[in-house]
Design a protein around this ligand. Structure first.
Ligand SMILES: *Cc1c(COP(=O)(O)O)cnc(C)c1O
Ligand SMILES: [Zn+2]
Length: 500
């Protein structure tokens, strides 16, 4: 649609112009730093940073009703930079010129209502938001689109000709980083560092296919992260882990989309998501908070973070009810089917603590919870979700198991509706489905398949048939007739079909 076809009072708001005042703020010492430099941690005290728009209050001059109309009408126009997460430009990074925005089709993932069978398992109505339908098949594209757009802007402003972007990854960050870097061309190269044997073959194939330099090192993600941090500290590289706060901004789009998908009424919603490095839960809370502060939404949804018993440092932290007594302790992770969230020392922990505090202090009641689930429940949930018309990865299974746990614990009220993050595409985590169907989980996972949920392909090859077709060797005439008759009789028998 053309802008001139939209209502007149909306037209001037449709194409945004860069006008924010963004600064890094340190969550340790509260110092602010300019964005002319790529910073990951505070130069003074080493704590992680958040990006803030210090002129954010100007947005309160526009009414909530007007904002809602701006976003709804903006979704009708055909301007590529505004097609993805930057539809919510003002609330993401309102300093990036539109011609520097990199758009590869990220965002606007569908929200799909669970059928009655799944609802009965979980105990409440709920939806999956399928973030596996992003370009590299996980939510990481949201953050990467923002971080890469900023790097694109940064590079052109500084005439930087040769940037090396680097990340540690449980699989999906590297797939996203490699994809966006491959699009951006010669000035940006990417290198990814993966824990050997701890990403799935599909996840490994993605950065290889995108032409990134892929390095596997022994250890788990937390070890890779330490190495990458040392590289970022001592060499000229651009760090693309969620330590990079531009990624957090992009991932806030997940919340804005949920708000828009439910006509901006989210007070009766419960957002459930797996927690690994804790960047995503930070972003989701931060996104809803910003919309709330600007009056775009009138109330905040509940937030439920989910962790596996095999990687649960955030859950353990919140077990202590008294905030003054809470102490964060990293854990040593064990093998987890929610492998993308298998992190014992989440980089974003200081962010979670601060943002959850702010979130809980606005509402009259506690709004942020973290629940723990068993590996078995994660796998059973993933399998059941896929058997009921959804496309859900192991981490999406973790969301579903977490929703069920939250209902059991009385956290979710009768009239509340869940929105569960299926954070990646099911096909990335095929190997776990295979282990389930073949009953071949290594003992450390502690997962046993439910017998009736197993599924295998069946070879139909009647011994009474002498000849079978093969590539280059088709059957003809009577042999073909014989093949078709015998095969269809055999299959009708297997399927118990009635004769017409
Ligand atoms: C990265 C990732 C997570 C964990 O998100 P964090 O931001 O690290 O907490 C969960 N699921 C999938 C599929 C992921 O790729
Ligand atoms: Zn500091």
């Amino acid at each position: 649609m053309k802008i001139s076809q939209l209502p007149e009072d909306i037209q001037k708001y449709i194409i945004p112009t860069p006008n924010g005042t963004m600064l890094y703020r340190c969550l340790g010492c509260n110092n602010h730093f300019g964005i002319d430099e790529l910073l990951y941690t505070c130069p003074d005290c080493g704590t992680v940073l958040m990006l803030e728009d210090s002129s954010f209050d100007r947005y309160k001059d526009i009414s909530g009703e007007m904002w809602r109309r701006i976003f709804d009408y903006r979704s009708m126009i055909c301007d590529p930079p505004l097609k993805g997460i930057f539809r919510f430009y003002e609330f993401i990074a309102p300093i990036i010129p539109l011609d520097k925005i990199v758009y590869l089709g990220e965002g606007h993932t569908p929200v799909v209502k669970a059928n009655n069978r799944l609802r009965d398992i979980v105990g409440r109505d709920f939806f999956f938001k399928d973030d596996g339908l992003n370009p590299s098949a996980s939510f990481k594209d949201r953050g990467m689109a923002c971080a890469m757009s900023y790097i694109n802007y940064f590079a052109s402003k500084n005439n930087a000709g040769n940037i090396l972007a680097i990340c540690a990854s449980t699989g999906d960050t590297s797939a996203a980083a490699a994809l966006y870097a491959s699009y951006m061309g010669a000035f940006l190269k990417s290198a990814v560092i993966l824990p050997q044997g701890k990403v799935t073959p599909q996840q490994l194939a993605q950065p290889l296919g995108a032409g990134a330099k892929v390095m596997e090192i022994p250890g788990v993600f937390d070890d890779c992260m330490k190495v990458v941090e040392a590289l970022a500290e001592n060499y000229h590289v651009a760090l693309l882990n969620s330590k990079n706060s531009w990624r957090i901004l992009g991932q806030e789009s997940y919340s804005y989309e949920i708000a828009q998908a439910f006509d901006y009424e989210v007070g009766d919603k419960v957002i459930v998501l797996p927690v690994g490095n804790a960047g995503n839960i930070t972003a989701v809370m931060s996104g809803f908070l910003k919309f709330y502060r600007a009056g775009v939404i009138k109330s905040l949804p509940k937030i439920i973070g989910v962790q596996s018993e095999h990687a649960d440092p955030v859950y353990r932290y919140y077990l202590e009810g008294n905030p003054d007594k809470r102490v964060f302790r990293p854990v040593n992770v064990k093998a987890s089917v929610a492998q993308a969230a298998m992190i014992g020392n989440p980089v974003s922990m200081p962010r979670v603590i601060e943002v959850a505090n702010a979130y809980n202090s606005i509402a009259p009641e506690k709004k942020v919870f973290v629940v723990q689930v068993r590996e078995q429940e994660i796998m059973d949930s993933m399998i059941m979700a896929n058997r009921n018309g959804n496309v859900v990865c192991t981490q999406g299974g973790e969301s579903m198991a977490g929703m069920k746990r939250a209902v059991e614990l009385g956290i979710v009220k009768k009239d509340e509706t869940g929105i569960l993050d299926s954070t990646a595409h099911m096909l990335k985590f095929l190997s776990f489905q295979e282990k389930y169907f073949n009953d071949s989980f290594e003992p450390e996972f502690n997962v046993k398949p439910v017998q009736r949920l197993k599924n295998f392909p069946m070879l139909v090859k009647p011994s009474t048939l002498g000849k079978f077709p093969a590539p280059g060797n088709p059957l003809t005439g009577k042999e073909m007739d014989e093949f078709v008759t015998r095969m269809s009789t055999e299959i009708a028998g297997i399927l118990d079909l009635e004769k017409r």
